[in-house]
Design a protein. Sequence first.
Lengths: 130, 509
Amino acid sequence: MAPKKKNKKNKKQKKETAGPLAPLLTVEGPTDTLELTLAWEGGHAALASLTDNGDAVDFGHSKGAGEAGLVLRWRSPDAALHVLQWDLWFQGTRTDLKATATVNDGGGFENPVGADSKKDRWNASGTAEE
Amino acid sequence: MRSPLTTSVVALVLLAAAGGAAAQTPPCQGRACVDQKWQALHQLAVDQLKVLELTRVTSVPADLTTEDAVQARNRATTGASIIAAVDAVEPDDSSAAATVRRLAGAIKTNPEGTEAGLVIAPFALAGCDVLPGLELTFAALKADLTRIGVSYTKNASPELGEVWKTPAACPTEARIKKLERPRNFYVNACTAVVAEAPETIGEGSGLAESERAAYGSRMAQARMACGFVSTADAGTGRTLPEAIALVRRAVEIINIVGARTDRVIPRPVVDRALGLAPEATALTNWTLASGTSCYEPEDIRGYFRQLYWRVRTWKVAGSVSFDLFPRTYGFSPDDSQLPRGEVKSNEARLGFSTARAGTEFGAGVGVGRSRDKLNDELRAHISPSVSIARAFSLIGKSPLTTNGELNALDGEMPPRLVVGLSAAIQVAVNKRESQDTRFNSVKIQPHLDFLVSETLSFRLGIPIKAEIVVRAKKDAQPETATTPAKPAVVEKRALQWTVPVAIVAVLKL
C-alpha cells in the first residue's frame, strides 16, 4: 500500500514541459520522468539505441557510454506503461547484466530484466510502470 | 402551421440535445472502433520509426538544456557518420614493440628468441578483469639458460565514451512490416475479450479489494488501448507498444480471475482469453523494432573497429627480465666455478606504440647488464629500438578503406599489406678495451606483412643483423722443429654483419 501512496504523490508532480526545449524535442502535455539503470561487468559499453514506447531517447556519447553501468534519466509523454527497449553495444563479453527502472521515482519493471552473460550486445526490453 | 413559440421550443430542444451530445460522447464499441484505433496506433508507430531515422527525439533527457537538445537532434540526424577501433597494423616484431604487443592472448608459446616457453597473463587466464596487461614469461634459451620476466601493458587509448558515435538507424521499411506482428492478437483480444469482459468485479466474486481494483484498472486501461473510449480519454494507450502491453495484461488478468472465480467473467470470454494466453506471453515486452535491430554481431564488431580506426590509440608497456645460468653440480675438469643459477643478463624496458588510420609507430628503450661467461663482469648497456609500419589494401576488390573509413568485412579487418621497418641496437655503457665499437648488436628488418585474415599471415623480411664476435687472445709461440714461430694475438671484439641472400618468409597461423 505504501508504494501506491508514493505513486499518487508522484502523479501530482507531473508537469507541462513545453517551451524551453527546441521545437522538435518538445514533449507536450503531462510527462513521466523515467530512470533506467543498466549495470554490467567486464568493461566499457555504449548505448546504441534506447526507446520509450517507441520514441527515441538520445543521450549521445557523453552519457550513453560507461565502464560498469549507466544511469539514464529522461522525460517522456505520460503513459500507463512504458515499454523500454535498449541496445547496448560492447567489444567481447559482458557479464552479470542487470536493468532496473523507475517511473516518477517509483514502481519499476513488470518482470526483472537481466542476463548472466552477453556477447557483442545486450538488446533487451522491459515494461515499466509506476 | 407551427406557432413561433412552438418553433422556438423545438429549436431549444434540438440545441439542448446537440449540446448534450457534444459534452458526453458515447463510448465507441465494436470492431470498427478497434480497427480505427489500430490504424491510429499503426500510423503513429510508422511515424515513430521514420522519426527515429530522421531523427526527431520525442523523449528527452531530463536535464538537457535547449542547446544540448539541439545538439542531440543534430547528432541523431547525422548518425550515419561512422568513425571507430583497431590496432592499425599487425604489431611489429622488433624488441621495442614486442613488449607492447603482448596485450592480446592469455598464453603464448615460444616467446621471441627462445627454444621453448610460454607467456602467461595470469589474471586474464583466471577470467579476472584486474591487471589484464600483466604477463609472466618463462622460457628455456639455448645453452640451458632460463628466462624469467614480468611485463605490464597499459592500453592508453581513448575510452569508448570519447569516441562513441550513435550508429546509423536501420532502414524503416523492414521495420514497418514487423508492426503487423501483434495485429491479430490485438484485434482478437480487443473484440472477443476486452469488449466482452465486465469492466469491474463486484464484492460477490470473493476476490480481495486490491485484486478487484487491479482488475478494474487493467480493464479500463485496456478499453482505452482498444479504442473503446471517447477521444477525450484516449491518452492511455497512445502508442502501439503501450497499447499491446495493456491489452496483453488485460488478457492475463482475465485468465487469473477466470481461474479463481466462477462465472464472474462469462465462460466464453475466459475461454477466448485462455486461447490468447500463449500469444500474450510471446508478446511480453514487444515493441517496435529498434533503430539498431538490423545490426548483426559481426556488424557491431566491425563498427567498433571503425570507431577506433580514425582515433589515435596508445599502448605503453614496461618489462623486467632476467636470463639465468643453469645450476650445475658435480665434477669440474678444469676446476672452474660451476654455475649456480647466477644472472647472465637482465634488462628493464619501457616502450610505447601508437596507431591511427593504418599507421603505427613504436619505440622503446631498455637498460640492463650482461656478460658472456660466468666469470666475466656484468657490463651495462642501453638498448633503444624503433618501429614503423603502414597498412595498405591487399586486394583491389576489398579495399582497406573507402573515403577514409575502414571497411570491416564480417566484423574483421580486410586483407591488407603492411610495409614496415624495425630497428634495435644495444649500446655498451662501459665497453671492453678490446671492443672497437660501442655497439653490442644491431638489428634492422624491413618487412612486408601479408595479413590475409586474422589467423593467416605471411612475412617477407630481410633481417640484417650485426653481433659482436671475438678474436681470442693468443700468446706468442716460439718456433719449434715442426711449427714456425707465431706472434702474439691480442683479443679483439668487433661487429660482424649478416645479411641473408634470400628473403625470409614466415607463415603465421
